[in-house]
Ligand binder design. Structure first.
Ligand SMILES: Nc1ncnc2c1ncn2[C@@H]1O[C@H](COP(=O)(O)OP(=O)(O)OP(=O)(O)O)[C@@H](O)[C@H]1O
Ligand SMILES: [Mg+2]
Length: 336
């Protein structure tokens, strides 16, 4: 168990998008993108967040940053309850939490050199005195593995991997404690992905950073994360140390998700690839009870009525939201 105080504590977080209709564009319903999610992230650790497209991963990251509305629940960051902060109040929080996105090209201003992008941030936030600006930019470029001369170049003069390094540099200029990486390696070639993952790990060691690492690539999440949260339709269904998620996944959805991952350890490969039937239900109208029940081959009546809470299993750090105890061997002979 981790005895330190969490850097980020999220409790019952909800983030809904209004659905508008009719000639007056009234609100006719909500997309429940994040629907009651709780987790902690401890200083210097990486929590990986996985789950199929549309399950609400980015919305969690954006809601923590207040880039999406927090409909309900609380976000405690660095000792402050930021849940009801206005944008003005968030200005003192943002430098401590930064986000790195998937597409490095569209998140950089094409008309600004690296130097002018970083100088503007350093000046606006008074991170260093004007006389120290040049030295600070060189220090940041060294940190992210680019030569000092790159400061005069513009975004289009870099490769995709180098551009992502610059996005990371921009985030680090504010000296944050916490980085939310949302598919930060997904747009890169596989060999470049490995380099950027290595960089994230190095930076964590050097700067003591804490990460929420959102990615589709299970291999990348495994490499970087100390714990992994698995999401399905706006909820976390399982959360456990990385090793346990891979060696002993307990939720049928996690088991299906991992079955597509060719784990290098043969002991972790017990099932055939599981193809879940159908599509995830709409987040505007999630099923009653367990959100996964409409696609779960182990469904029983209770699952359609009673929503399972995410609970810590006694004596372990494994959190599970399922009424039953399903193992991978239970899938044998099941046609999903
Ligand atoms: N701006 C928006 N307005 C309305 N609905 C949205 C908006 N952004 C996302 N959604 C919906 O909210 C749900 C969660 O979206 P989100 O982007 O958080 O998913 P995700 O897990 O990050 O998916 P992906 O893996 O594809 O990035 C989806 O149903 C999506 O369609
Ligand atoms: Mg996303």
């Amino acid at each position: 168990m981790n005895q330190a105080e969490p850097l980020l504590s999220v409790r019952g977080l909800q983030s809904y998008y209004p659905i508008r209709g009719g000639v007056l564009s009234q609100v006719t319903g909500h997309i429940k993108a994040v629907d009651g999610v709780s987790f902690d992230i401890f200083p210097h650790e990486t929590l990986g967040l996985v789950g199929e497209s549309g399950c609400g991963k980015s919305t969690i990251g954006r809601a923590i940053m207040h880039l999406e509305t927090i409909t309900g629940g609380t976000v405690l960051f660095d000792g402050e309850d930021t849940s009801s902060y206005t944008w003005k109040e968030m200005r003192s929080v943002w430098p401590r939490m930064q986000m790195v996105f998937q597409d490095p090209y569209s998140s950089l201003n094409p008309r600004k050199s690296v130097e002018s992008t970083l100088t503007e941030i350093l000046r606006t936030h008074r991170i260093v005195s004007p006389s120290q600006t040049a030295e600070e930019i060189e220090r940041i470029l060294r940190l992210i593995g680019l030569p000092p001369e790159s400061k005069r170049r513009f975004p289009h003069e870099f490769s995709g991997g180098q551009r992502q390094r610059i996005c990371i540099a921009r985030a680090l200029t504010l000296r944050p404690k916490f980085l939310i990486c949302d598919e930060a390696i997904s747009a890169l070639d596989v060999s470049i992905q490995a380099q950027i993952l290595g960089l994230f790990r190095e930076l964590q060691g050097q700067l003591g950073l804490t990460y929420l690492f959102i990615a589709h690539s299970l291999g990348a999440v495994k490499y970087l994360s100390s714990r992994i949260a698995v999401m399905y339709l706006g909820k976390i269904v399982e959360l456990a140390p990385t090793e346990l998620i891979f060696s002993n996944p307990r939720h049928p959805y996690t088991q299906a998700l991992l079955s597509a991952y060719p784990d290098p350890n043969p002991e972790n490969r017990e099932t055939e690839k599981i193809i879940l039937p159908g599509q995830p239900p709409s987040a505007a109208n999630p099923p009653r009870g367990c959100h996964f029940n409409t696609r779960c081959p182990f469904r029983q009546n209770r699952c359609g009525e009673e929503e399972p809470e995410l609970k810590e299993e006694p004596g372990s750090s494994h959190h599970l939201a399922c009424h039953f105890s399903i193992t991978r061997s239970d899938w044998k002979g099941i046609k999903a």
